[in-house]
Ligand binder design. Structure first.
Ligand SMILES: CC(C)(COP(=O)(O)OP(=O)(O)OC[C@H]1O[C@@H](n2cnc3c(N)ncnc32)[C@H](O)[C@@H]1OP(=O)(O)O)[C@@H](O)C(=O)NCCC(=O)NCCS
Length: 178
């Protein structure tokens, strides 16, 4: 898509308060270390929300994310801020297709300093575009009822509450259209 950002899945975006362009691209094996650094840099609150609990083995988690995205129907997207010729991961989204349930599922996070700038929505849009390209028709997700950020982001991205959650969690889904 862009010579400047090889592997980009959408046009690079400029965030209002970030000093540089942000590229949303597919992750590869060479990103494991930087992804681990990114997860380590998340606040405890954001990290616990992302992984639905505490994780300390962040190198292993990063390697798992990249390994999981190796299959045909799965991928990890990274948001990379390019500043002074160097890249820094400031967001990630892991997408995996459940062939039995016939829908994609995802988990997402944005670095604390870059939250509420529209990056989460940009990544959701990029993820949906990739899922549509793969021929998938539905994306679903479960999030904590208390996670106002994720619920707000999902609502803004067009997801609806399916009513299948419980007292702790909300089940959200969106039908994809070409
Ligand atoms: C959820 C998360 C990815 C949102 O990313 P983001 O880049 O801040 O989201 P955006 O800036 O694109 O916001 C899009 C919409 O989401 C909603 N939203 C985002 N942050 C919110 C907050 N703190 N409170 C309420 N709604 C919020 C709003 O509707 C917002 O639109 P608006 O700014 O026009 O009102 C981010 O908060 C995050 O990384 N949280 C920690 C990890 C997590 O909870 N992941 C989800 C479980 S896997």
């Amino acid at each position: 898509m862009s010579q400047l950002f090889p592997g980009a899945v959408v046009e690079p975006v400029e965030l209002a308060d970030a000093n540089g362009m942000v590229c949303i691209r597919t992750a590869s094996a060479s990103d494991v270390e930087n992804l681990s650094v990114y997860f380590t840099g998340l606040s405890t609150t954001s990290r616990n929300k992302r992984f639905s609990g505490a994780r300390s083995d962040l190198g292993v988690v990063a390697a798992e994310c990249i390994a999981k995205s190796g299959g045909l129907d799965n991928f990890t997207l990274l948001a990379e801020l390019r500043e002074e010729g160097r890249g820094r991961i400031i967001g990630e989204a892991l997408y995996a297709y459940d062939a039995t349930a016939r829908h994609g599922e995802f988990a997402i996070s944005v670095a604390d300093a870059f939250q509420r700038m529209g990056l989460g929505l940009q990544m959701m849009t990029a993820m949906e575009t990739r899922a549509i390209d793969l021929g998938h028709e539905m994306i679903a997700a479960e999030t904590a009822r208390a996670n106002a950020e994720m619920r707000g982001l999902a609502r803004k991205a067009g997801f609806n509450d399916t009513g299948l959650g419980d007292w702790q969690s909300v089940h959200l889904a969106k039908r994809l259209s070409r």
